[in-house]
Design a protein around this ligand. Structure first.
Ligand code: SUG
Length: 447
């Protein structure tokens, strides 16, 4: 066992953050369609979260936004001429496709990749697989830049491997770490990797939702476990409860979160609650850990309140004293049932004894809470030193990024603004400067 820490890589919100209602099955995205966004505030809210957690001693880094608009995609879909012609044509003929090309969804880095720390993998390297996100057009090309970014940050091939995304076909629908949890007695110890899927492509009799899409398949989760060289005895696959997908739980991280030996979950999260807990207990027993299940009953917090408040889209962070802090969005305080539950939770003497609250309203309005905004990467000290240092959140980086946001980001974007070629130029200028702040020349293929 090595000394290791969990780095949270939060997505830095991009300058084109907007509300386009692109995610069928994600209640917040649908409810806020076509309202005005504030990209500047969104980015500052995210940076404030990163700075605060870094200041508290948690290992914190960022993943940069992706280049938008995605002109390459628009050209592939038949829009032609100058860049301004492409944007004007898309606005005229297919404004939804233009919105897809402008989406700032890569900010939700829990969907960037699935990550297995070196303590879990057969070759002792940290494995990443970029998620294909093939369920939604606006997210389906994120893996191209995500792979490029992860390879730039984790370039040392003796320690890291970044796999290409799985085939972009329904059988391998993959949404990354949003459906993946790791349990272990400490971040550096051998752990249990837990994959939750919503659908089984090759078994039509398996449960699946009726109303909203299931984005993650069992086949995708199994392929990732193979690619990462995970030990079957320490890998658990479980079916999400299809009924909760139909109530707006489009990723498992909207209804459950885990850390250390703790699983914090809603009683309706899994298709087979008892079977899932048994499998986790057995696997954790194999690594000398006891599962601590913190179950929330429907009578205390109905699924609708969990979805509205994002109670489970929280971060469970291990503190030096062995207890855990739960990082929640403001919406949890505003929901009466959830607020009452949380007061009782931290006073109960259980593993979670502190709440840390953030205003992430801009992201929340598109269905992205604290947990969506971060990708967890457990690294040994040697691995942490081997990764690119320019993305680690420090006071200095924060002090440079805040004025960068204030210089480049608008404070209001409405659907019609996506037709303005000036917005495209502003986005590009912002990223050109960002490469320098992060020490990552050539991060973007801006040709
Ligand atoms: O994929 N929303 C994202 C939210 C992702 C949340 N991530 C996790 N749960 N880990 C999604 O549905 C909305 C974009 C829009 O409608 O403009 C969006 O893509």
């Amino acid at each position: 066992m090595y000394n290791a820490r969990e780095f949270n890589f939060d997505g830095l919100v991009g300058p084109s953050h907007n509300y386009a209602g692109l995610s069928f099955g994600n209640v917040a995205s649908f409810n806020n369609v076509k309202s005005a966004s504030n990209p500047r505030q969104a980015a500052l809210q995210g940076l404030a979260k990163m700075r605060e957690l870094a200041a508290r001693g948690f290992a914190q880094a960022l993943l940069p936004p992706q280049s938008r608009p995605n002109l390459r995609m628009l050209r592939r879909l038949g829009f032609s001429g100058t860049d301004a012609d492409v944007l004007a044509g898309a606005w005229r003929d297919a404004p939804v496709i233009l919105a897809c090309a402008y989406s700032a969804a890569p900010m939700w880095t829990a969907n960037a990749a699935t990550v297995s720390p070196s303590a879990d993998t057969a070759d002792g390297r940290v494995h990443f697989t970029a998620a294909n996100l093939n369920n939604k057009l606006h997210r389906a090309e994120e893996h191209v830049q995500a792979t490029r970014t992860l390879r730039a940050l984790f370039a040392d091939s003796d320690r890291f491997v970044v796999h290409d995304a799985l085939p972009s076909t329904p059988a391998f629908g993959d949404e990354g770490a949003a459906n993946h949890t790791r349990f272990a007695s400490s971040h550096g110890a051998a752990g249990v990797e837990f994959f939750v899927y919503g659908r089984v492509e090759f078994d039509p009799s398996a449960p699946s939702p009726k109303k909203y899409p299931a984005r993650q398949t069992l086949e995708a989760s199994q392929a990732i476990a193979r690619l990462h060289g995970l030990d079957a005895a320490r890998t658990v696959f479980a079916s999400q409860n299809p009924d909760v997908i139909d109530q707006g739980v489009f990723h498992n991280d909207v209804i459950a979160v885990g850390n250390g030996n703790v699983l914090f979950y809603h009683e309706q999260a899994f298709a087979d609650e008892a079977g899932t807990l048994d499998a986790l207990r057995r696997a954790l027993g194999g690594v000398g850990a006891d599962l601590q299940a913190v179950r929330v009953d429907t009578g205390v917090v109905p699924v609708a309140d969990a979805v509205a408040s994002y109670l489970f889209n929280s971060q469970l962070l291990s503190k030096p004293d062995g207890r855990m802090a739960l990082v929640v969005p403001h919406e949890c305080r505003e929901n009466a049932a959830v607020a009452a539950y949380l007061q009782q939770l931290v006073a109960s003497g259980g593993p979670i004894d502190e709440l840390v609250e953030f205003d992430l309203r801009q992201s929340m309005r598109n269905g992205g809470g604290p947990a969506c905004l971060r990708l967890r990467v457990a690294l040994t000290d040697a691995e942490a030193q081997a990764m690119h240092q320019g993305v680690v959140m420090t006071d200095d980086l924060y002090a440079r990024l805040v004025p960068w946001v204030e210089r480049h980001y608008r404070d209001r974007v409405e659907p019609k603004d996506l037709a303005d070629p000036q917005l495209a130029r502003e986005c590009m200028a912002a990223l050109e400067e960002l490469e320098r702040h992060l020490g990552l020349p050539g991060l973007y293929d801006l040709s």
